[in-house]
Design a protein around this ligand. Structure first.
Ligand code: GUN
Length: 293
């Protein structure tokens, strides 16, 4: 069994990006600049945004964090997005989800200029992704591609089962693994809550990407010998072994599944770290104006 170690892969990608930033700055350009909007005080969102800001600094990016109380109106938030769209000193903009239920995620997503949409959630970016055109790919699927690239995992011709059809992970991942790219070129089965006999699908698959958010869901009898297993789950579960009283659990029953795998990603220390890399790469591409809209 080989570990798809997010610590190793993310460190190498960060080093490469930091070098690129140094080269940009030495040519007189300003460093890439990510702006994050955080509404309210959701604990998980606070952690994710703090990590995004910290990682920006580590590769030499600038970042701005704009915080609003959860009493902010939808109109006020949309107005702020409009201002940032027009601000040439900012390359990428993310609005951390979830938002208070009063605020339409769809309106917010579509308000962000596609050229600054480093989350890759705007329908223009998802449409371009479907057609294999230059676009921003959502950070987690992008991070998984970068992880596969780092470990030189060849995916062409393989069968790939994806569990979960979320807008952020499962659905875009299914498209990316099917596209005529490397990584990609897989025969993809997108499994979800209505899938019959899911175990019979996963146990025939060369690659399994678990992104359903149910701790320890994927068991050893659902996995074939030699499979490549990628675990996207990160759920806080109670633990009496940690000071905080909780730990992070993946969607894979790692201890029992790992011995059967050729490659497997751990939680923590796997896809979570790569998600940040996906976001940083998108921000760097935005700063370099790599994609013309
Ligand atoms: N909330 C959970 N994942 C994400 C993400 O990738 N981007 C944003 N903006 N919010 C999230």
């Amino acid at each position: 069994m080989n570990l798809l170690d997010g610590k190793v892969a993310s460190a190498v990608w960060k080093y490469t990006m930091a070098e690129e930033v140094k080269a940009m700055v030495s040519k007189g350009q300003r460093p890439p600049h990510l702006c994050a909007i955080l509404v309210g005080n959701n604990g998980a969102s606070e952690t994710y945004v703090a990590s995004k800001v910290k990682n920006c600094a580590e590769v030499g990016f600038e970042s701005s964090l704009i915080r609003f109380e959860d009493t902010i109106t939808e109109a006020e938030l949309l107005q702020k997005i409009k201002e940032i769209n027009q601000d040439d000193s900012i390359d990428g903009l993310i609005v951390q989800l979830p938002l208070p239920p009063r605020i339409s995620v769809q309106k917010v997503t579509e308000a962000i200029s596609p050229s600054k949409d480093v989350d890759g959630f705007h329908p223009i970016n998802s449409g371009r992704m479907l057609q294999n055109l230059p676009c921003y790919i959502p950070a987690t699927p992008y991070g998984i591609l970068l992880m596969l690239e780092h470990f030189k995992i060849n995916t062409t011709g393989k069968s790939c089962a994806i569990i979960g059809r979320s807008n952020i992970v499962g659905m875009p991942m299914s498209v990316l693994m099917a596209l005529n790219n490397e990584p990609g070129n897989c025969t993809v089965t997108l499994c979800h809550s209505r899938t019959k006999d899911l175990g019979s699908v996963t146990s025939k698959s060369d690659i399994i990407i678990a992104a359903l958010g149910k701790p320890y869901f994927l068991k050893a009898d659902m996995v074939r010998e030699g499979a490549i297993v990628i675990d996207v789950g990160i759920t806080r579960v109670p633990s009496d072994k940690t000071k905080s009283g909780f730990k992070l659990a993946g969607d894979v029953d790692f201890d029992n599944v790992a011995p059967k795998c050729s490659w497997i990603s751990p939680v923590p220390g796997g896809v979570g770290l790569m998600t940040i890399i996906g976001l940083l790469k998108n921000t760097l591409r935005a700063a370099k104006k790599e994609i013309s809209f």
